[in-house]
Write a protein that binds this ligand. Structure first.
Ligand code: SF4
Length: 58
């Protein structure tokens, strides 16, 4: 199933429809607070899951 990004400027690994972090190996559920302060905003590049995922792709 293709996951969709619904928020402009949000983390590309944030699946808002299922509240999941697609960067985490365990497909971690993202809380509303985490989504608000991190996943849905421009500061997602400071997230350790984001950094780890990007480094694994290099
Ligand atoms: S900001 Fe971090 S926790 Fe949130 S979706 Fe992106 S990688 Fe996952």
């Amino acid at each position: 199933m293709k996951k969709t990004l619904l928020l402009e400027g949000a983390c590309p690994f944030y699946c808002k429809s299922d509240s999941l972090c697609l960067a985490s190996i365990s497909m971690m559920t993202v809380s509303d607070l985490t989504a608000l302060v991190r996943c849905g905003g421009e500061d997602h590049d400071e997230c350790p899951f984001f950094i780890s995922k990007v480094l694994r792709k290099i």
